[in-house]
Design a protein around this ligand. Structure first.
Ligand SMILES: NC(=O)c1ccc[n+]([C@@H]2O[C@H](COP(=O)([O-])OP(=O)(O)OC[C@H]3O[C@@H](n4cnc5c(N)ncnc54)[C@H](OP(=O)(O)O)[C@@H]3O)[C@@H](O)[C@H]2O)c1
Length: 190
């Protein structure tokens, strides 16, 4: 099972405001959906309870694994810890487990060596600066550099707006991507 972090953040590493993502980039949303539902791969999403609540539903064609200390009523997979979420992903025989946020879950992967060492790659969209109240404290790019991930596709500008750009970057330590991803990434250029 590969483990990938997927996220969008502002220049100051903000990821949300008042429980919502404070930007809309349709191309990013559509890419995120396509890559996490790539045909031929069994995909799962690992997310914190607050992110699950902010989405408000189970995302289809992916196993939804929700981390919470509470006994939630849901047909998603509810697990009591990140480790239990990883175990659930293995039990479900996922090809890729996407670390889907929010800040508490991302931070755990970036700071706790038992999780950091498992990260195969990152799909990151940088956005123009927007007011946020939830931030990733760890410098993601220092982490990427220190752990020797490299950019495996040229960065793609998804959208230009008056005050900046939405840009997608993909970093990995794996020598090559699964061929299932190539058409999805290249479709961004058309
Ligand atoms: N920009 C992006 O790419 C992006 C991506 C995803 C999410 N977001 C945003 O991020 C925000 C939420 O982030 P957040 O950091 O506040 O919350 P979160 O990480 O989504 O969820 C936090 C909750 O997850 C559970 N949890 C986390 N770690 C746990 C652990 N080790 N053991 C047991 N339970 C654990 C706890 O739930 P209980 O309290 O139930 O125990 C905790 O309160 C949302 O507004 C969402 O829109 C943005």
């Amino acid at each position: 099972m590969q483990i990938w972090i997927i996220l969008a953040h502002s220049y100051s590493q903000g990821i949300s405001k008042s429980g919502k993502i404070p930007w809309i980039c349709k191309k990013d949303m559509s890419f995120m959906k396509s890559i996490t539902t790539a045909p031929g791969l069994k995909n799962g999403l690992l997310m914190g309870r607050k992110t699950f609540e902010s989405i408000g539903r189970i995302l289809p064609n992916r196993e939804n694994i929700i981390v919470s200390s509470q006994k939630l009523e849901s047909s998603a997979h509810i697990v009591e810890s990140i480790s239990a979420g990883l175990e659930k992903g293995r039990e479900l025989e996922l090809d890729i487990l996407w670390v889907f946020g929010g800040a508490i879950i991302y931070e755990a992967f970036l700071t706790d060596p038992q999780f950091s060492q498992l990260i195969d790659g990152f799909i990151i969209t940088t956005t123009p600066e927007r007011p946020c109240d939830t931030f990733i404290q760890t410098n993601i790019y220092k982490f990427i550099e220190q752990h020797q991930y490299t950019s495996i596709y040229p960065p793609r500008v998804l959208e230009r707006v008056a005050d900046g750009i939405y840009e997608l970057s993909i970093y990995s330590r794996l020598p090559s991507l699964r061929e299932e991803w190539d058409p999805i990434v290249r479709s961004l250029d058309s």
